[in-house]
Design a protein around this ligand. Structure first.
Ligand code: ADP
Ligand code: MG
Ligand code: MG
Length: 929
């Protein structure tokens, strides 16, 4: 029995003369079985397993993935494949008492692709293969239903034409739509036999025109062409793209399934449908799905006709319904997981065409896992692996209430940042601010852009959600919104955004500013109109129960990155066991603080600087008090000032523009300038002439060609020790103050960007000196640590040295990735898409930790550091700390904790639990494919 948690077989079938390429299934027995996903693909393994279980499955055979790999290597299959396929075909013909595309009762087959991992983007299935000008007549006579026969034939030409001969779908659609119009037919099913015959004639002309040859009449030729097209489709762009973003190896190849046709389009006692054994959106234990009478294949999902809820089947065909329920319940028990199945009813007889473990939302994943433990289907240990860590995000974001209105999907883009957002369309960041009026809740807007840039940040901040027509999962919009915990659908290519005219066009409809749309960032859907949202449920009792099973396995601590008390409180609610990164500079950007920060930077000497710092001190102290209180009992890592100082001043370009404009400015403009430069000492318009150039001079002094490698990190604290002093004082005064309230406080002061022992010693000495001073003044001491952030390769190399002074390490893997690769994170998106497309890099190293390079530094620094200081506490606080495969790596390397944004804490907890559990339980975590 295959479940997601069982180890997959990893043996490659050797390519010898005796390779078994073709696996038969039918007559109650199959050559293969459900475990053979590597060879048979998911679909083929499922068909074999269902056949062996005695379920009604149309017979057929699977050509295994090795044939595909062979085809990729040398552009054709070996003679063995051809022979084995012909043998299997003869066997199928015998079993069915039919001949492929021959005689009064011709055998027709479907040709279906199927890789190990279910993969949209691969080749579409071809149905009714074997039909030609003769057999279509035989089928018409035999079924006594000419309409059915011609409908099947036109579908074959259409699918074969598109998929194998690569003729655009639209070429066929045009013919079909024109015919429907001409015959005044509303639905596809309204076209009669005669109309369909005419369609077939026109379709053949389309084929001739595009390929300069006739539609192949020889069924065996049809079969070989279709098989090879499936193999080729493994390499098409859509499929490659899907594999890339899902981290599936390009070497696996796909299997091909050839299966006797059953017909759902024989009339009103036939039909076809799809379903789930439980509700994949909510996890409710209910039969869920849709079907259509008198239809074939993809009609159900293609939206040509509106399908009926599967429960209706009970009224229409009670016996078939009961059988379907019985079979699918058995399948679920057998696979011990929720099943997603396909079936067809031919003349009142039920056939199963596919079953697989169903995809589900995070909500459903948790619910189904718990139900199945309670039903005794799976163990608690197995249940832990039934939820992907990233899926837990679903509990922390709002969801669309799909019952609150009609769901008309306008387009589907990438699920760039999960959650739901409903609002009125705006097309620019400024409009967003204006319309939302700084209150996304009061007046929710959706910012719709072709792409976003850093200039849009102010609009993104106030928008309820973001929609872009271009860009991928690592586009600006995607990255920034994920950081904000805000819903985003990116790269919705069907949408045209006309910024100039402030219009969005999609599906022939035009949307203007102010129109309502709803976004589902979890699935990537863009929905017309205004749905309601359901609030996040971070205290969902079932999720808590589930985490209660997972958490005990975890050995890695999980902390959060939080700069302000509000985030710290949130993080704690999600289960954070401390703060791994509190960035002090974020406290300075606030409206009431930045003037003092700027004054400090503009100071001409130490005295002036100290005066400004004195004003900042109480503000920092009160922030720290809030964070310490929120984290009562847990450690809080506070990083001393890190960014280059110019970030706190106006931009050089803006200053130059103001200087140029000043002589021409009218009274009103001057007034606004005075406002802006008041904090730099401008009291009236007369001062501007002196003040602006002074600011510019300072900005130019601070200007660096490469600020990322510039005057920042501990280099600031070393050149301006009074900054470190003030920060240490704020930290310890706050610590002492809350300790007196009875709060258990464990500050960990972290020095950023060290490369040498002496840097660490220099800053460490200041911090310790100030701590002593404060403790003496206040008559109380608190336990604390002084450590460093490892974010330069040199620091990793001399980690044993640095550990002499540093009492803990925390890997700043954002900067460590930048400095190890020499990539600037802010600019890398110019290079990255090419690198990934070319296979130079497999993944964005800023998203998933690069184990080979950066990971080696992490491992080495940890080892070297602990050589000096065996109990050295080591953590990670880069964005990788919330990414499941990076968390797994951190577990393997033996870190003490990971730290991530509050919204990723749950994900990190589960990823860490799975990493530990998969060691003790020896089961596959499922993250490496
Ligand atoms: P996909 O992987 O896109 O779901 P499938 O191979 O499952 O593609 O097939 C597409 C559709 O054709 C499904 O609805 C399936 O049930 C139907 N189908 C496939 N093979 C047959 C067959 N032999 N007889 C009837 N319907 C079939
Ligand atoms: Mg299918
Ligand atoms: Mg850094």
């Amino acid at each position: 029995m295959a479940t997601t948690t069982m180890p997959e077989r990893e043996v490659e079938t050797p390519t010898t003369r005796a390779t078994k390429y073709v696996y038969f299934f039918g007559g109650g027995k199959a050559d293969g079985n459900g475990k053979m996903k590597d060879e048979l693909g998911g679909k083929g393994a499922g068909l074999a397993e269902m056949t062996n279980a005695g379920l009604p499955v149309p017979p057929g055979f699977t050509i295994q993935t090795e044939a595909c790999r062979e085809y990729m290597r040398r552009d054709s299959v070996s003679g063995d494949v051809d022979h084995q396929m012909e043998d299997a075909l003869s066997r199928l013909e015998q079993l069915q008492g039919q001949k492929l595309g021959k005689g009064d009762n011709p055998l027709l087959v479907s040709v279906r692709s199927g890789a190990k991992f279910s993969m949209p983007g691969m080749m579409d299935t071809i149905l009714n293969l074997g039909l030609n000008d003769q057999t279509v007549e035989a089928l018409a006579r035999r079924s006594n239903n000419p309409r059915f026969a011609y409908d099947s034939y036109r579908r074959l030409i259409q699918m074969f034409g598109n998929v194998v001969l690569e003729i655009p779908k639209s070429a066929f659609d045009e013919v079909f739509d024109a015919k429907k119009k001409q015959k005044k037919a509303k639905l596809d099913t309204d076209l009669d036999a005669k109309g369909l015959k005419e369609v077939i004639d026109e379709y053949k002309k389309v084929v001739k025109k595009h390929t300069k040859r006739d539609f192949p009449q020889d069924p065996h030729e049809q079969l070989v062409m279709a098989r090879d097209a499936v193999f080729r489709s493994w390499q098409n762009e859509r499929a490659k793209h899907y594999r890339r973003i899902n981290n599936i190896s390009d070497d696996l190849g796909t299997a091909v399934n050839v299966q006797a046709m059953v017909f759902g389009n024989l009339g009103e006692t036939s039909g076809t449908g799809v379903g789930f054994t439980r509700n994949p959106a909510t996890g409710n234990k209910e039969f869920y799905g849709e079907f259509l009478l008198n239809a074939q294949g993809e009609d159900v999902v293609s939206g040509v006709r509106t399908p009926v809820h599967i429960l209706e089947l009970e009224k229409l065909m009670p016996q078939v319904y009961r059988q379907l329920r019985e079979i699918t319940t058995r399948l679920e028990k057998h696979y011990r997981d929720m099943q997603d199945f396909e079936f067809t009813i031919q003349d009142g007889k039920l056939y199963m065409l596919q079953t697989r473990n169903g995809k589900r939302t995070g909500l459903a994943a948790v619910r189904v896992a718990i139900q199945m433990v309670e039903e005794g289907l799976i163990t608690k240990e197995e249940a832990i692996f039934r939820v992907e860590p990233n899926q837990l995000y679903d509990f922390l974001v709002p969801r669309l209430d799909e019952k609150s209105g009609p769901v008309e999907v306008l387009a589907t883009g990438l699920p760039a940042s999960p959650g739901a957002a409903v609002g009125q369309i705006v097309f620019t960041a400024d409009d967003a601010v204006e319309k939302a009026g700084h209150g996304a809740k009061k007046n929710p807007v959706i910012l719709v852009r072709a792409e976003t840039t850093p200039e849009d940040i102010h609009g993104m901040e106030v928008a309820a959600g973001i929609l872009t027509s271009r860009g991928g999962m690592t586009s600006h919009a995607a990255v920034v919104t994920r950081g904000m915990g805000k819903c985003c659908v990116a790269g919705a290519g069907d949408i045209a955004v006309e910024e100039k005219t402030r219009e969005m066009r999609v599906k022939g409809q035009v949307f203007k500013e102010g129109d309502w749309i709803s976004l589902d960032g979890t699935t990537g859907r863009v929905i017309k109109g205004r749905l309601n949202t359901l609030p996040p449920s971070p205290d969902d009792p079932e999720m808590l129960k589930f985490m209660g099973w997972a958490d005990p396995f975890r050995t890695l601590g999980v902390r959060a990155n939080a700069d302000i008390p509000r985030d710290a409180i949130q993080a704690r609610a999600f289960g954070a066991e401390g703060i791994g990164l509190c960035r002090t500079e974020h406290m300075f950007f606030a409206e009431d603080r930045i003037p003092h920060m700027q004054a400090m930077i503009m100071a001409r000497d130490e005295k002036e600087r100290r005066a400004a710092l004195k004003k900042l001190l109480p503000m920092q102290r009160s922030d720290f008090i809030g964070v310490f209180r929120a984290m009562d009992g847990f450690p809080v890592t506070i990083r001393t000032l890190d960014p280059p100082l110019h970030e706190f001043l106006p931009r050089r370009e803006d200053l130059m523009v103001d200087i140029a404009l000043l002589p021409y400015a009218d009274a009103k403009q001057k007034k606004s300038m005075v406002e802006r430069y008041r904090r730099f000492g401008a009291k009236g318009a007369a001062d501007l002439k002196k003040v602006i150039p002074t600011v510019l001079r300072r900005v130019e002094e601070l200007h660096e060609f490469n600020p990322m490698l510039g005057h920042r990190g501990c280099r600031l604290g070393i050149t301006y020790p009074e900054i470190t002093e003030m920060q240490a004082r704020a930290i310890f005064e706050a610590a002492v103050a809350v300790a007196k309230e009875g709060v258990k406080v464990h500050p960990e002061v972290m020095i950023p960007l060290t490369a040498t022992l002496k840097e660490m010693a220099n800053q460490g000495a200041i911090v310790r000196r100030v701590a002593d001073e404060v403790f003496k003044e206040k008559g109380t001491t608190v336990p604390y640590l002084v450590g460093t952030m490892i974010e330069l390769p040199r620091a990793a190399l001399v980690a044993d040295e640095i550990a002499k002074e540093a009492e803990f390490f925390s890997f700043g893997t954002n900067d460590l990735t930048q400095t190890t690769f020499g990539f600037s994170r802010d600019d890398v998106n110019k290079i990255l898409p090419t690198y990934i497309a070319e296979g130079i890099l497999k993944q964005d190293p800023f998203a998933a930790l690069d184990r080979e390079g950066v990971g080696q530094l992490v491992r080495m620094a940890t080892e070297r550091g602990r050589r000096t200081r065996p109990k050295l506490k080591v953590g990670i606080c880069g964005e990788h700390g919330g990414e499941p495969s990076s968390v797994e790596f951190c577990h393997q390397v033996g870190l003490n904790y990971v730290s991530c944004s509050p919204f990723r804490v749950l994900t990190a907890r589960l990823a860490a639990a799975q990493a530990a559990a998969s060691e003790t339980l020896k089961v596959e975590g499922g993250r490496t494919k």
